[in-house]
Design a protein. Structure first.
Length: 135
């Protein structure tokens, strides 16, 4: 697989953010009371991210992640690394009802035209609702 198409892992994101602060692993962990061994394992993908949203938010704050979009990306990467569907998606019954179509599609099965149209309609409706909320 070409590196241009490689998805970012939670650990890579974690390491990049820490390094962007100009901090060594030991110095960063010492200043925030983190275990350098566990932090290093998370950065290398050997230890799964915490499952607690409050713990992840605490980590994001320490990494200087304040923008909502970047914070959501951080949380999504943690969920993906743990093999979990993000909580906000799980709570939305409409989205959950379309997950089987998504799962089949990424497995290489072709969804029906009706399934694709329903999914497209749902996405359009949700995007319109978000645009309306933003105004």
């Amino acid at each position: 697989m070409n590196d241009d198409h490689k998805l970012e892992r939670f650990g890579d994101f974690l390491r990049k953010r820490r390094l962007s602060l100009g901090s060594s692993l030991r110095a960063f962990c010492q200043s925030f009371g983190e275990d350098p061994s566990n932090w290093s394992k998370m950065e290398r993908g050997l230890l799964k991210p915490p499952s607690s949203v409050s713990r992840l938010c605490e980590m994001a704050k320490r990494l200087g992640i304040e923008e909502m979009e970047e914070k959501q990306r951080f949380l999504d990467l943690a969920d993906a690394e743990r093999g979990r569907i993000p909580e906000d998606i799980q709570k939305n019954k409409r989205w959950v009802s379309h997950l089987p179509v998504f799962f089949r599609t990424i497995r290489g099965e072709v969804p029906t035209e009706e399934e694709l149209l329903k999914l497209a309609d749902m996405i359009r409706e949700d995007m319109a609702a978000r645009d309306e909320e933003a105004r």
